[in-house]
Every structure is written in C-alpha cells, then in structure tokens.
Ligand binder design. Structure first.
Ligand code: NDP
Length: 392
C-alpha cells in the first residue's frame, strides 16, 4: 500500500496512470499532476477508480515541494520532460521522497544526453537514505535490464552490444513523432556516438546505417546509428564491454521531412526574434505537429526493441538477441495509447512497483542495470511487455 505522485500528463503519463490505477494493492493512492490540469482530469476520467489531480509547474521547486508536502507520496514518478529532472530531484530531496524517471536530464539550450548532472546527486540521495531510479522506460530502461539479465544468466563477459529500436508502425500522417516532438527531434538530429575500445567515437547525424532483419514478421528494415543515453551507464557497468552502439529505424518519409525542416532552420533550439518576440523554432514546430497522444487511434503495426549481444560464457563465444514485440493497436485497446507511450509507461510503473514492494531497494542514484533483473522482467512480462530470447 503506497502513495504515488505522477508528474506529467502526456502520452507516457497516461499509460503509467492507467497501469498504476489497475494495481490498487501497491498503488493505493495516486495523484497525477502536470502543467495543464485539464489533461490530468481527462486521464482521471478514463479510469475505473478515483485519483487526485493537480496543477504544478515542475520547473518551480517551491511549488513542487508544496504539492509533495500536501499529498505526502512515497514515490514521485517523473514522466514530464527531461528539462524538469533536476528540479523534481531537488524537491524529492527536500521532502524526503523516492524518485523515478524515464529520461536523463537535458538543459533546454543544449541537446546533449549526459548522466553527469543526475549522477552528481548520488551523495545527497545516499545521505538521506532515498532511492533515485534513472531511466525506467524502455530504452533506456528495459534495454538496460535485458543487459543485466544477459550478464547475470548468459555471459561471463559481454563484448559487443547493439541496442536496436524498430518502430514498424504506421500512423498515416505526413510527419509526426511518437513521443514528445521536441525531445525526439533533438535526439535524432544530434551527432551519432558509439563506444569502442574504451572510447567514444562520433559520427555525423544519421550518417551510418545498415539493414537488420527483425523477427516475427517485421522483416528487414534500415537502422541508423544514434547516440542514446543508456550507452553511457552500460559502458560503465557491463564487464569487459569492447563495443556498444544504439540503432533506430526511420522511414524514408520521416527522414525526408526532417531534412527539409533542418535545412530551413525549423529544428533550431536557439531563440530567434520574430515580430519582436523571441521564439525557439523547434518549440514552434512542436506546436504545429500532431500531439503524439492523438496518434493512438491512428497507429497500426508493431514495435520491436531489443539487445543483440556477443560475449563469452565458459570460454566459448556466444551471441544472442533479447527483444520485445509490441502491437500499437493492442496497446490502444488496453490504455488508449500507441505502443511508444505504452512501452515507456509500463516499465515506469513496473520500476515503481519494484521500489514500493521492496524488491529494488538502495540509497543513492541507480541506473536500471545495477539492480536484480529477474523480478523486474517477470513483472514487465505480466504487465504487457513479454520478452523473447534467441540464441545464434
Ligand atoms: P509529452 O510531451 O506527451 O508529455 C509531457 C508532459 O509533461 C505534458 O503533459 C506536459 O504538460 C508536462 N510538462 C512539461 N513541462 C512541464 C512542467 N514544467 N511542469 C509540469 N508538467 C510539465 O511527452 P511523452 O509523454 O511522450 O514523454 C514523457 C517523458 O518520457 C519524456 O521525458 C520523454 O523523453 C520520455 N520518454 C522515454 C522513453 C524511454 O523509452 N525511456 C521513450 C519515450 C519517451 P503540457 O501538456 O501542459 O505541455
């Protein structure tokens, strides 16, 4: 029996709230708070049990502290935007509450994944006896736990890791992103980066690609090398790692639109003056693009996200792929959201459940691969994201 405060009433927040609401034994009281209270109320209206809702500006620490002190949660689940991470962590420290998020902190004016800012909270969380769980979505999140499982059960050393994220879904829109457009476009237009022989190597954005043959009827798709935040913690936590990279599929149509938007300056994150008013082109573009939450009823097809791992066990070379397949339409029928929000929201709820039921405990700041993968993977499968292992 625990009280949880969910911050952020977007696509992911909707899934987390649905899933927590269906597990009253663990999540006995829920408050959903966000910048726009109507969005919280709309989600609350879809549920079969009452929850509290609240308006909060999560960039304002005193406002967060007041809300936390009023509701007194055991845990804050942060599914707002990466810009809010440090403010919410500050408020959790001030009020003595555990913390969980799904994406690492990014400064507004610099598109850069980096755990340094949140890892710097290590001593403060440890001293207060509080736990901060970072990146409890799918990637980061389940992908880190897949690696922890591989390390615990299948390999003495992991040498090569490819995290592969395929969205083979179709929403029928000329151009839309499956999660927050601003965060998505910042991620995709950044330089590629991979880990090799103890060093980071950089590549121009979307300049490295290859074909990967996905299982279960998805088939061959072009995947592009990107930098993704889980590589940073995995490069530290996996024994013997020699190379690690992250890949994602994009349709030709998505890339065509993105190229034009970049060429005309619409993806810039620095402010420009328009009619005497400062605007950030990417934020303006976000206002024009479809809300990812609206894609739920339109999206069909599947996602496949997994880890292809090579290493050694008992002196022998071994290779395997661990992955999940998720169907957009099935997710929509269950919680009213497409699979990208679903595959993020379910692991956030499961990570919270691990913390609140004492299966994952500790004081300090943790990445997902540092905790026991077994109870998490058992629960994530039960909650709708089963996984499959193929050995080569
Ligand atoms: P959305 O844009 O749909 O939702 C974000 C929500 O946060 C919105 O409701 C927004 O409010 C609210 N919000 C933004 N700023 C503030 C603020 N200052 N105070 C209070 N609320 C605020 O995003 P998604 O649901 O798609 O993504 C949520 C998070 O999940 C992001 O951090 C994203 O990076 C992460 N993510 C992680 C993935 C993973 O696998 N690990 C995959 C996909 C996403 P308003 O509605 O008023 O704008």
């Amino acid at each position: 029996m625990a009280k949880v405060l969910i911050i952020g009433a977007g696509g992911v927040g909707q899934v987390v709230t649905h899933k927590c609401a269906r597990d009253p034994e663990v999540f006995s009281e829920i408050c959903l708070a966000s910048r726009t209270k109507q969005k919280c109320d709309a989600i609350a209206g879809q549920l079969s049990r009452p929850i509290e809702t609240a308006q909060v500006d999560a960039d304002n620490v005193p406002e967060l502290v007041t809300l936390i002190n009023r509701f007194r949660p055991d845990l804050v689940i942060n599914v707002a935007l990466p810009y809010q991470d440090l403010h919410i962590m500050d408020a959790c420290l001030e009020t003595g509450v555990h913390y969980l998020d799904t994406a690492n902190y990014e400064p507004l004016d610099e598109a850069r994944f980096c755990y340094r800012w949140q890892w710097e909270y290590q001593d403060r969380f440890r001293e207060k006896g509080l736990m901060a769980l970072l990146g409890s979505g799918f990637d980061p999140g389940v992908t880190n736990v897949y690696c922890a499982r591989a390390q615990k059960h299948h390999f003495d050393e992991i040498h090569e890791l490819d995290i592969i994220d395929c969205n083979a879904g179709d929403h029928g829109q000329p151009f839309a992103t499956n999660f927050n457009p601003e965060i998505n476009i910042r991620e995709v237009t950044a330089k590629g980066r991979f880990w090799e022989k103890g060093q980071w190597q950089e590549t121009p954005p979307l300049s490295v690609s290859r074909i990967y043959d996905f299982p279960e009827g998805i088939g061959p798709k072009k995947i592009y090398l990107l930098y993704h935040e889980e590589l940073e913690s995995l490069a530290q936590n996996l024994k013997g790692l020699k190379r690690a990279s992250f890949w994602m599929t994009f349709s030709d149509n998505y890339l065509k639109h993105l190229e034009v938007l970049q060429n005309v300056g619409m993806t810039r994150i620095d402010p420009i003056l328009y009619n005497g008013v400062e605007i950030v082109p990417l934020q303006f573009l976000k206002a024009l693009l479809p809300d990812p939450g609206s894609l739920g009823p339109l999206t069909t097809g599947k996602t496949c996200i997994g880890c292809r791992i090579k290493g050694v066990k008992d002196g022998k070379e071994k290779e395997y792929f661990i992955y999940n397949i998720c169907d957009h339409r099935t997710c929509y029928e269950e919680v009213g959201s497409q699979a990208v929000s679903y595959t993020t929201g379910v692991p956030a709820m499961v990570g919270a459940k691990m913390m609140l039921t004492g299966k994952w405990t500790g004081a300090g700041v943790f990445n997902m691969e540092q905790l026991d993968p077994d109870p998490f993977l058992a629960e994530v499968a039960k909650q709708g994201l089963p996984w499959t292992e193929t050995f080569y």
